[in-house]
Design a protein around this ligand. Sequence first.
Ligand code: AMP
Ligand code: ZN
Ligand code: ZN
Length: 398
Amino acid sequence: MKQLFSIVIFLAAAVSAMAAGRDSYTVIVSLDGFRWDYIDTYDTHFLSVMGRNGVRAVMTPSFPSKTFPNHYTLATGLVPDHHGIIANQFKVAKSGRIFSLGNDVARDGKKYGGDPLWLTAKHQGMTSATVYWVGSDVAVQGDHANYWRDYNQKPLLTPDERVKEVIKLLKKPEDKRPHLVMAYFEQPDSHGHKYGPISRPTRRAMEYMDSLMCELYKGLMELPIADNINFIVTGDHGMTYLSPERVVPIKKYIKSSWVDNICNDFPTLLYCKKPEYVDSCINALKNVDHLRVWRKGECPEYLQYGNNENMGDVIVLPDLGWKFTDGIVALNSGSHGFDHTYSDMWVAFQAIGPDFKHGYQRKETFRNVCIYPLVCHLLGLTPSPNDGSLDEVRDLLK
Ligand code: AMP
Ligand code: ZN
Ligand code: ZN
């Protein structure tokens, strides 16, 4: 009787472990600026085969389609207005200091709201690892993943070393092995900016990333846990061409006496010196072609943007490919940050593994806030409150 009782207990524990996904692993890779159509434009043999054998879809970023806001949205399932990283650069209302990529303000964990995946996992007793994912190298909630890499510590691991690092993490003994690994790569964004989305250097960058993803997948498939790994390759936003001919000069419209700070380009956030200058800025810009302009709190609802406490007093959003600047725009250069409903801003999503369908190409886009509930589901984690929905991506699963 006693023996029967322990077998029942053991089976119940095993079933609950399986239902909780505790024997499951998720490796999620972000290729910065991985535009949704690069797979068809370039010779990304591995990623094409991965999509044909697993799942292929197109994901829409959150607004603004920038690196910091969207990586942290992927991690938390919250849109930027809700997690607080509203742009790559913004002014912090309380201190008046500027948050900017890599500076000390951007390294203050208190600026990062929500519950990123690596902490959702860790705080539910699951080992997690990050390799440079935005936000993972600052002490969000005063904590980090069990294994993490500091983007400020140079030299950074090369892309090839990052692939080896992921494999090394998954080769750890079972009690130390992470079940969630999130890894970040700068390409093809870097070349997309410098040479434009459709260019030979961007082709080379994308094809190199494809070969690295192939190497990573082969490495994963050689592990004893191969059958339990869900592997996702996606990104933060797309890329579009800029032009020296598509510029709206700031100085022509905005007096320097009206504003304390001008942050970013897509969108441009204007922080005004006095409340009355908000009207001055709006009136100066409201009839300018190729720009849209809103007061804080008055952006259209679909952007889910503009109410955060650190938002600029005025938000200026150029049309696709246009720039509101006094700087120089190089010929054939590229950028992103625009309205996330433009297809140039959309992102590729490929996934393969035991929980994903085989050979399924989804026709409709899904929102990147759904990655958080999706990964929680794959790992059997209870998600924290988020803006996504597992139902929106359930068709990707078996
Ligand atoms: P974007 O201007 O939106 O294209 O931002 C891309 C840049 O973000 C890349 O060039 C990276 O160097 C930078 N970046 C990515 N992750 C981090 C990080 N954790 N800390 C600081 N900068 C980062
Ligand atoms: Zn990016
Ligand atoms: Zn970029």
